[in-house]
Design a binder for this molecule. Structure first.
Ligand SMILES: Cc1ncc(COP(=O)(O)O)c(C=O)c1O
Length: 408
């Protein structure tokens, strides 16, 4: 197969003609044309090599031979749907269950993170008999209509907040109302959720679920203070709702110390529903919802089948199993800890040198650098951040130095 069939300019022109401009490109002024990738490297049509620091899907490395082989071998034998009895789906569910706390023992397989969160919403509503959702500010949980509605990051630019959605502040100890000098930010931020729940209840609303990424990524690489989730779960359970942990970006050992990011919150914390996607299939469309027996039983009691044409196919499950095997064999969870610590150390050295670096925070390979205009106000240095992303994202970025904002 030819690596590059047409010039970059021709590809761009065709794309502009045929693909909706709502589907955006990275570096739109001069997009990168990537023609192959291996491990942590990507290559453009000229053969230039890029280290891929932004991919949250190619979890065990681009085109990992074990994963590619697993898909190929299963494709040669059988690929069908989950209505037929097959070993792969049960092997895979069993392997996933070994990574999770015992109560999370019922699995559904799907094709995308959005499908997983949409099913989580349905499960929560059936189990609780309630409709409403509490979400964290700036969150993104997927592109389906149901999820745009619970994603402040999106709905603020569309038709706004629905009456069944309630937004709690991000537990951000760098820029939020309770910061690193607060005696108990976990309790303070959880009390904000309690306040949001109470104010919804005063209007006669009933809470079905609290949705949060275990580490809010879209909201700015936030590390919630330990103990926050247990406190929130208490308030949500009291209101009759369930706790949904979105692990779509942060699961599968990315945080190094633990396999699941919600485990950073302490041994005693167990969500009622966990959603998985992105890295689960290393690029193959796989997603999963794990939940407890009581939640699953309530959904089953409706008598309505859950059928997903591609979810849980023998090929998808073979791929998922291969990803778990690679994670284990190559000890990638420990690797995330050591590479992440090394990177954080380098970034902290930059913070000492450059006042624009306000905060360096992270765990494992979930790392954020918060650029600020001013130490006292911690005002985000938005233009400078955009400039850095385009300048350091690739050589020859378009913004000429004369137009660049001053970085110090
Ligand atoms: C936290 C989070 N949840 C859900 C999704 C939706 O996943 P998908 O794009 O696979 O539907 C995303 C995608 O970016 C995400 O970042």
């Amino acid at each position: 197969m030819a690596a590059d069939r047409r010039s970059k300019a021709d590809t761009l022109a065709l794309r502009q003609r045929l693909i909706s401009s709502s589907c955006r490109l990275f570096f739109p002024e001069d997009p990168v044309k990537i023609v192959r990738a291996q491990g942590q490297y990507m290559y453009d049509e000229q053969g230039a090599e890029y280290i891929d620091c932004i991919n949250n899907v190619a979890h065990v490395g681009h085109c990992h031979p074990v994963v590619v082989r697993a898909a190929h071998e299963q494709n040669q034998v059988l690929n069908t749907n989950s209505r037929y009895l097959h070993d792969n789906i049960v092997d895979y569910a069993q392997r996933l269950s070994e990574t999770l706390p015992e109560p999370l023992c019922v699995f559904y397989f799907l094709n995308s993170g959005s499908e997983a969160n949409d099913l989580a919403l349905r499960l929560a509503r059936h189990y609780t008999g309630h409709q409403d959702v509490v979400v964290l500010d700036h969150a993104y949980h997927g592109h389906l209509s149901s999820l745009i509605d619970i994603s402040p990051y999106k709905f603020r630019n569309l038709d706004g907040q629905k009456e069944w959605v309630h937004v709690a502040p991000l537990p951000d100890t760098y820029r939020g109302p309770y910061r690193e000098d607060h005696p108990n930010p976990a309790v303070a931020y959880a009390n904000e959720v309690k306040r949001v729940v109470s104010s919804a209840q005063e209007k006669g609303r009933k809470i079905a679920a609290f949705f949060a990424e275990s580490l809010p990524s879209v909201g700015g690489q936030i590390i919630p203070p330990a103990g926050y989730f247990s406190q929130v779960a208490e308030h949500i359970h009291k209101a009759g709702g369930v706790f949904v942990a979105d692990e779509i970006q942060v699961g599968f050992g990315r945080v190094g110390k633990h396999f699941w990011a919600f485990q950073l919150q302490g041994k005693d914390f167990v969500p009622d529903i966990v959603t998985m996607g992105k890295s689960i299939g290393n690029g193959h469309p796989v997603a999963c919802v794990a939940t407890t027996q009581p939640v699953a039983r309530a959904f089953e009691a409706t008598g309505v089948e859950y059928f997903n044409t591609f979810g849980g196919s023998p090929v998808s499950c073979a791929v998922g199993l291969a990803v778990l095997n690679v994670l284990e064999k190559e000890q990638l969870q420990a690797h995330a800890t050591s590479v992440g610590s090394f990177l954080m150390e380098l970034l902290r050295q930059q913070k000492i040198k450059h006042p624009i670096v306000g905060d360096v925070r992270g765990v494992g390979l979930f790392i954020g650098v918060d650029l600020i205009k001013d130490e006292a106000t911690r005002t985000p240095a938005t233009e400078e951040a955009a400039y850095l992303v385009s300048r350091h994202g690739r050589e020859g970025a378009k913004l000429p130095d004369a137009e660049a904002p001053a970085l110090s």
